[in-house]
Design a protein around this ligand. Structure first.
Ligand code: DNO
Length: 354
């Protein structure tokens, strides 16, 4: 396992590479070209410059999160082949630059969904939170406006204002797409990209839908073990794997996280490890990473990763906003650094007791 940290790039992230370098045990970053649009080819020059910047800071790129998928591919419109070709070119360029892990998602319209970006917890920290009641009383077109006031000026991944401005159009595009269609379109995409992934040994790691159920009536497929198994077997290649995101799969309390990890042995290429605190089955908030602050047993999650011989990157996930930090919700420095340190501590104890 390698402990890593998500970094959005200079100009987009309040956290610097120097700060990341000083978190004990963190050796790599998970990053992206944040100013590219889905469907665009990532040039080798831009990838190389990003790599150099990271390496000059004494770190390395452990993976990309995300190379986003154009809606034409998810919807399956006639122009999807063009965007798949562009995706393949981007993968080639990443492969040529020795980058071998790509996290992506196949969520329609919205990426992850939260109804609050700054819920206040008893200790005065603020966290991302979700309550189904709020979704049920909201028109999807108002979703972005309802949360953006708490974004601390940051552009949230998946919630880019240009995208949100086209929200009506987006919903319209997906009106005939159900779960089956989405599975078909994912299969079509994966079949086309597997040759280049094999050539360059690029591990594709699909991120789960968050929350792990349908929101606003949109189809959502990467939500549980059964569906992941279906996804893996429809294109049975080790490069077609998953990002095991504890906080996303964990939104559905029927998902047994350690059991899922054990069953996905060999196909988890990347792990996001964080905790959630449930107030009811459909109201949760993103607690500190520590087990006792939330509802998950973080030791059991790390132990399951250890037991399957997981050797990919792990990153702490959304952190609380603490110590008066002003940053992108979920992506400040302090609480994620505490998370990394805690997860490293669990890992060391597990290693030594085995
Ligand atoms: C939220 C993230 C997601 C994730 C994408 C992957 O904080 O976990 O935005 O990066 O879904 O494509």
């Amino acid at each position: 396992m390698e402990m890593t940290f998500r970094w959005f790039g200079t100009g987009f992230d309040t956290v610097t590479l120097k700060q990341i370098r000083q978190i004990p045990g963190v050796t790599g970053v998970i990053t992206t070209l944040y100013d590219t649009e889905p469907g665009e080819v990532w040039s080798r020059d831009k990838i190389r410059a990003l790599k150099k910047e990271v390496e000059d800071a004494g770190l390395h790129i452990s993976g990309i999160e995300s190379v986003n998928i154009h809606d034409a591919i998810k919807v399956g419109t006639p122009d999807r082949d063009l965007y798949i070709e562009n995706y393949i070119k981007t993968l080639e360029n990443l492969g040529e630059e020795d980058i071998h892990l790509v996290c992506y998602n196949f969520m329609p319209v919205f990426d992850w969904t939260r109804t609050e970006l700054a819920r206040v917890r008893p200790d005065g920290s603020t966290v991302l939170a979700y309550t189904q009641k709020a979704i049920d009383s909201l028109n999807p077109e108002e979703m972005f406006a309802s949360i953006k006031g708490d974004a601390n000026g940051a552009i949230l991944p998946g919630w880019e204002p240009e995208r949100m401005a086209k929200i009506k159009e987006l919903f319209d595009m997906y009106k005939d797409v159900d779960d089956e269609k989405l599975f078909d379109n994912l299969k079509y995409f994966l079949e086309k990209i597997m040759p280049v992934c094999n050539k360059y040994d690029i591990k594709m790691a699909i991120h789960p839908d968050d929350p792990a159920w349908s929101v606003f009536g949109l189809p959502r497929i990467i939500i549980n073990l059964e569906n992941i198994k279906r996804m893996m077997s429809m294109v049975d290649d080790v490069h077609n794997g998953v990002t095991f995101c504890a906080g996303s799969y964990g939104t559905n309390r029927a998902n047994d996280l350690p059991k899922m990890i054990r069953e996905l042995k060999g196909r988890i290429h990347f792990a996001h490890v964080r905790n959630l605190k449930f107030n009811s089955d459909d109201d949760f908030e993103e607690a500190a990473h520590l087990s006792s602050d939330g509802s998950f047993d973080m030791y059991e999650i790390m132990k399951a990763l250890y037991d399957i011989g997981f050797d990919g990157p792990i990153r702490p996930d959304h952190g609380r906003m603490i110590w008066d930090e002003v940053a992108m919700p979920g992506y400040g420095l302090y609480d994620r650094a505490l998370g990394a340190t805690y997860l490293n501590g669990l890992w060391e104890a597990i290693v030594k007791s085995n």
